[in-house]
Write a protein that binds this ligand. Structure first.
Ligand code: PLP
Length: 352
C-alpha cells in the first residue's frame, strides 16, 4: 500500500508486498503470537532490506546513478540484497565488507557474488562502523573518478529515505491486523542500524495522526551502537516524516518523540553476531512451532527478546503481539550459522 505523498516518492518496485501476517501459537504467558513475514519480501531470498532498497534505489535512479555502493559486516544481509537490487535494476554494485576475504565464499557473500556484485574486503572488524563508512566513501570517490555515477548507501540503508520502507510496512501491518480483527499490544522486531525502527515509528506517528490507536513498538537491539542510542532514532524518524509531509491529511507533519522509542538491549549478549543461549533457544522454538527459520545475529536475538518479555509477564491472556521476522536466512548456511542439530534429528543443548 502507499499513502498520500508516499506514493509520489521515487520508488523501485523490488519487493513482493504485502508480506504475509501469520498467526502463531499461544505463548506460555497466554499472549497470542503473530509473525509478519518480512523474510519473504522476495528480493535476493528476502529480508527487511528489500523495503528500504525500494526507496533507496528509487532515489538512485532518479538521480541518474549507474552504480550502487554500500557497506556492511562480512555476512551482511543488506549487502546481499543490495547486490540483488543492482542485478534487477542493471546497476553495477560494489560492497565494502568487514573482515578478510575467505578462502571460500559462503552465505550472504556467496549470494552477493552470484548476483554479480564486486566484493571489497577491508580487514576491519564488523564492529568498527566508522572505519567501514570511511572505506565506503573512499571507494565511492574512486568509482566516481573512474567515470561511474555511484549512489552510495550507508550501513544498513538507514537513511531517512531508506526508513520510508518501514513507514509503508507499518501501515501495511496495521491494515492486515484490522482485517484479521486483531489489535496488537506490541510490535517487536530486531534492530541494528536503526532504519527499520525509525521507519516503524514514523509510520506509527502517521497512523496515530489519522486517528487510529497504535501499539507500542519494541526494538530488540543486536548491535552495540543502537543499544547505546546511535543513530538518533527520533531524528531519523522525523527526517523520514519530513520527506512524506502530512500523509495527505492536511493537518501538518506528525512527529516522533523520545517517549515513542523503546530499545531493549538485554538480548545482544557479548556483542553483535556473537551467539547467545537465549537466541539459540528461540531459533529452535521458532523452527518447531512455525517452521520459521531465524538466524543467530538478528532474528534469533529479536525473538529471544519477545519471548523473554512475555516470560517476564509483559503480555498475557488476550494480548496479541506481532513479531516482524526481518530475515537473515543465508547466514544460517555459513559455518556456525545455527545451534548444533544432531544428525539423528534430536536437538541437543550442545552449541557449536
Ligand atoms: C535480518 C535482519 N534483521 C534486522 C536487521 C536490522 O535492521 P536495521 O539495520 O534497519 O536496524 C538487519 C540489518 O541488517 C537484518 O539483516
Amino acid at each position: 500500500m502507499s499513502i498520500g505523498p508516499l506514493a509520489n516518492l521515487p520508488r523501485a518496485p523490488l519487493a513482493t508486498l504485502p508480506t504475509p501476517l501469520e498467526q502463531g501459537p499461544q505463548l506460555d504467558s497466554g499472549a497470542r503470537l503473530w509473525v509478519k513475514r518480512d523474510d519473504l519480501t522476495g528480493l535476493g531470498v528476502g529480508g527487511n532490506k528489500a523495503r528500504k532498497l525500494e526507496f533507496l534505489c528509487g532515489e538512485a535512479l532518479a538521480s541518474g546513478a549507474n552504480c550502487l555502493v554500500t557497506v556492511g559486516a562480512g555476512q551482511s544481509n543488506h549487502c546481499r540484497m543490495t547486490a540483488a537490487a543492482g542485478a534487477r535494476l542493471g546497476l553495477e554494485t560494489h560492497l565494502v565488507l568487514s573482515g578478510d576475504q575467505p578462502e571460500q565464499l559462503v552465505g550472504n557473500q556467496l549470494l552477493a557474488r552470484l548476483f554479480g556484485a564486486h566484493l571489497h574486503f577491508t580487514g576491519v572488524p564488523s564492529s568498527h562502523w566508522g572505519a567501514l563508512e570511511i572505506a565506503r566513501e573512499s571507494l565511492t570517490d574512486a568509482l566516481a573518478a573512474d567515470g561511474l555515477v555511484p549512489h552510495s548507501i550507508p550501513i544498513g540503508g538507514s537513511t531517512p529515505v531508506g526508513a520510508l520502507g518501514y513507514v509503508d510496512a507499518f501501515i501495511e501491518l496495521m491494515e492486515q491486523c484490522a482485517e484479521a480483527g486483531v489489535t496488537p499490544a506490541a510490535i517487536v522486531f530486531t534492530s541494528s542500524s536503526g532504519g527499520t525502527h525509525a521507519g516503524l515509528l514514523a509510520g506509527r506517528a502517521l497512523w496515530r495522526s489519522m486517528g487510529h490507536e497504535v501499539p507500542v513498538v519494541v526494538a530488540i537491539g543486536v548491535a552495540k551502537g543502537v543499544v547505546l542510542g546511535l543513530p538518533d532514532i527520533v531524528e531519523l524518524a522525523n527526517d523520514a516524516l519530513a520527506l512524506i509531509g502530512d500523509g495527505g491529511a492536511g493537518d501538518g507533519v506528525p512527529t516522533v518523540t523520545a517517549d515513542d522509542v523503546e530499545i531493549d538491549g538485554r538480548w545482544i549478549g557479548e556483542d553483535y553476531a556473537i551467539p547467545t543461549v537465549e537466541a539459540d533457544d528461540a531459533i529452535i522454538w521458532a523452527a518447531r512451532h512455525g517452521g520459521w527459520v531465524l538466524d543467530r545475529t538478528y532474528s534469533g536475538k529479536g525473538l529471544a527478546g519477545l519471548l523473554g518479555n512475555a516470560a517476564e509477564g509483559r503480555w498475557n491472556d488476550g494480548d496479541d503481539v506481532v513479531f516482524i521476522h526481518t530475515g537473515g536466512l543465508p547466514a544460517v548456511f555459513a559455518p556456525g550459522g545455527l545451534p548444533h542439530v544432531a544428525p539423528a534429528g534430536e536437538i541437543t543443548d550442545q552449541l557449536l
